[in-house]
Design a protein around this ligand. Structure first.
Ligand code: TPP
Ligand code: MG
Length: 327
């Protein structure tokens, strides 16, 4: 675990808390999916929490984030409350997309969560567009795309990275390389699996980091966001990570494409437990700190679940609302 950062105790605990909030929300969503409370697909972010947490720690609500089918963690880290994420997956009117989007269409413009999408790839172009807008307006904001290794072989990847590079757009491309696209190993789908290396050939700042180390992600993102805000152009972060649950709830977490040994080895590198150990060993936080945070997050998720369960479904008469913007 990266040790060099001079962060306050409060900052360390905030990063820990954010990761835990994502984990507990996802665990609750997985249970709710099994109980039949969530219609449609549900792709959890378990194992990858350090990435959204380390990147979004540098963003304000004015910065625009775009994400994918595995987007619950990005929405939460960007500031969407867990109750609005859970209610959205339950199809309730109190969800962040008013119950119309579900797991793969989380929108909350008030916090700069500009949308998740089930279509793999477009978020790269949308974030590039946000960067173009920021540059034209000269407002110091950045566009951020979170996407998987699988998206890197989609045409949007080439178009987005190339345009951002030639126009020096303030865009952060965050590739979450979890080694698989559904059940296809990245090493099968592409010859050069070093994503940061590939990004560098577009002429942009690009680094590869341990995506399970929140401090490594935090530090790389700090530099990327700072450069982009200062007008030095786009940056690419390859975060090497692993999803420890199934591709989507209801599918086998093992399947025929990976081994139990591989899953177990990555679980030992769990981003939350390794960070907790790091903070304890370096006396940056105490057992009492963690007990307090763990209890607070548990209460928050229980209350969020209650809120979602008690919320109503959208009124059928409102089915045509929110399709077009109101002048
Ligand atoms: C354009 C497009 N092609 C195919 C799919 C089907 N699909 C859904 S998720 C997925 C895998 C994506 O893998 P990756 O980008 O690595 O993200 P991960 O699921 O690993 O987080 C695929 C191929 C899709 N949704 N959109
Ligand atoms: Mg993947």
């Amino acid at each position: 675990m990266l040790n060099a950062l001079d962060l306050s105790r409060e900052k360390h605990l905030a990063l820990y808390r954010q990761m835990l909030e994502i984990r507990r929300t996802e665990e609750q969503l997985a249970k709710s999916h099994q109980a039949g409370l969530i219609p449609g697909a549900c792709h959890t972010y378990v194992g990858q929490e350090a990435i959204a947490t380390g990147v979004c720690a540098h963003l304000t609500h004015r910065d625009a984030v775009f994400s994918t089918h595995r987007g619950h963690g990005h929405a939460l880290a960007k500031g969407v409350p867990p109750r609005e994420v859970i209610a959205e997956l339950f199809g309730r009117v109190t969800g962040c997309s008013r119950g119309r989007g579900g797991s793969m269409h989380l929108f909350a413009p008030e916090v700069g969560m500009m949308g998740t999408s089930g279509i793999v790839g477009p978020c790269i172009l949308q974030a590039t567009g946000a960067g173009y807008s920021a540059k034209l307006l000269n407002n110091g904001t950045v566009g951020v795309a979170f996407f998987g290794d699988g998206a890197s072989n989609n045409g949007a990847f080439h178009e987005g990275l190339n345009l951002a590079a030639i126009w020096d757009l303030p865009v952060i491309f965050v590739c979450e390389n979890n080694l698989y696209a559904t059940e296809v190993p990245f090493s099968y789908a592409t010859r050069n699996t070093e994503m940061a290396e590939r990004a560098r050939t577009y002429g942009m700042h690009a680094v590869a980091v341990d995506g399970n180390d929140v401090l490594a992600v935090y530090q790389a993102a700090a530099e990327a966001v700072q450069r982009a805000r200062a007008g030095s152009g786009p940056a690419f972060l390859e975060c090497k990570t692993y999803r420890t649950r199934a591709h989507a709830e209801g599918m086998s977490s093992l399947g025929t494409y990976r081994t139990q040994e591989e899953i177990d080895a990555w679980k030992l590198r769990d981003p939350i437990t390794t960070y907790k150990t790091h903070l304890l060993e370096n006396t940056l936080a105490s057992k009492e700190d963690f007990a307090q945070i763990d209890a607070a997050v548990q209460t928050l998720i229980e209350e969020s679940l209650e809120f979602a369960r008690n919320s109503s479904y959208p009124d059928p008469s409102s089915v045509a609302d929110h399709i077009f913007s109101q002048p």
